[in-house]
Design a binder for this molecule. Structure first.
Ligand code: SF4
Ligand code: SF4
Length: 351
């Protein structure tokens, strides 16, 4: 049974508090934290910084960064990561769970649970996957919530995906998402101005010009702000709610067999949308979610910098509706094509 749910307006990033500590003795006044914070938590005080401690270059320092709006902080750690002096600590002070008072949705029917277990076992056995495929559910605003734990810490969406492949079940409302970019793309919040304008991508040196950054932002899909209440990721064999997309984190050879499984009965070739920007939120999740088509991703700066994903791995997002065809095709390929290829039957003998 479902209880009255908290309004989505309560699920704001601000419902988890962060304390920002700046070591003023170490700070050089470079201003990078001010520039990179996506939600303008800092202001830079006028005047030279620490002239007594840095007399040689005090004139070049614009001033000490002040934590002007701590209530806006997402805990994304961008400021700490960019600080060349390692002068910033971002400390989670805790906060309310916006779903704490709500009861949960009915569990999945046993047949569904069994089906997802069977899919997971087939994918892992035939492909030789090291990790579980991940069931992804974007919970529309107002829909029932599954019985999946909300972690106390904030995680980036891509971090939650990588943790799910290792066996964790994670539900993230807006106030547990650490990446303003992915969170707004996935429809949990508004998009912060510095991301919507493309400004931050220039600062990260990820694109050449503001025009290129704006084009990248314009061409990527996003969901309506606050149309989604939470993202839910679990190992596929532990799915607690119907996934819309299943993510496979695998080597290129394994992804190749998934492509071939999907086209086994039709011969269809694919037009993938991969860019290296916003890999897990856009390329692995949102494109399959919106288009109903497979998509691949090579990962992005964010997911590779913030997770343990190996350099040799890539990603595929599979709309759940395509899974029966893919599993059937994979079983057919497993009869001959996969073992023969892996046995390198065309490899000429060495002279
Ligand atoms: S943790 Fe993120 S949101 Fe918070 S002050 Fe640093 S950059 Fe800004
Ligand atoms: S990034 Fe670090 S060194 Fe630069 S102003 Fe901020 S706290 Fe100071």
């Amino acid at each position: 049974m479902i209880d009255q749910r908290a309004s989505s307006a309560e699920q704001t990033p601000q419902t988890v508090a962060y304390r920002i500590e700046i070591d003023h003795a170490a700070c050089t006044g470079c201003g990078l934290c001010v520039a990179f914070c996506p939600v303008d938590v800092f202001e830079q005080a006028p005047g030279a910084l620490n002239a007594d401690q840095h007399p040689c270059c005090a004139a070049e320092r614009p001033g000490i960064p002040l934590v002007a709006a701590p209530e806006l902080c997402w805990g994304c750690e961008t400021c700490a990561g960019q600080c060349p002096a390692q002068a910033i600590r971002v400390i989670n002070e805790g906060g309310c769970d916006p779903f704490a008072a709500r009861s949960v949705a009915l569990p999945l029917p046993a047949q569904k649970v069994e089906l997802y277990r069977e899919w997971s076992a087939t994918l892992r056995r035939v492909l030789g996957l090291r990790w579980s495929p991940v069931a992804i559910s974007l919970i529309p605003a107002g829909d029932p919530l599954p019985a999946v734990p909300v972690p106390s810490e904030r995680l980036r969406y891509c971090q939650s995906l990588m943790a799910a492949r290792r066996g964790r079940c994670i539900m993230l409302p807006a106030n547990r998402h650490a990446c303003p970019d992915g969170t707004s793309i996935l429809g949990l919040t508004e998009m912060p101005a510095k991301l919507a304008s493309g400004e931050l991508y220039l600062l990260f040196h990820k694109l050449d010009s503001i025009e290129a950054a704006q084009r990248m932002v314009h061409e990527r899909p996003h969901l309506e702000p606050r149309s989604i209440d939470a993202t839910v990721v679990t190992p596929l064999e532990q799915a607690a709610t119907e996934p819309q997309v299943i993510a496979v984190i695998a080597q290129p050879e394994q992804i190749m067999w998934l492509c071939m499984s999907a086209s086994y009965y039709t011969g269809h070739r694919f037009d993938f949308h991969a860019s290296g920007y916003n890999a897990q939120c856009v390329e692995t999740t949102l494109i399959p979610y919106l288009s109903g088509e497979l998509n691949i991703s090579f990962g992005c700066y964010g997911c590779r910098a913030s997770s343990d994903v190996g350099d040799e791995l890539m990603f595929m997002g599979i709309p759940t509706d395509l899974m029966p065809t893919i599993i059937k095709g994979l079983r057919e390929l497993d009869k001959k094509a996969i073992p023969q290829s892996r046995n390198k039957i065309y490899l000429p003998p060495l002279a």
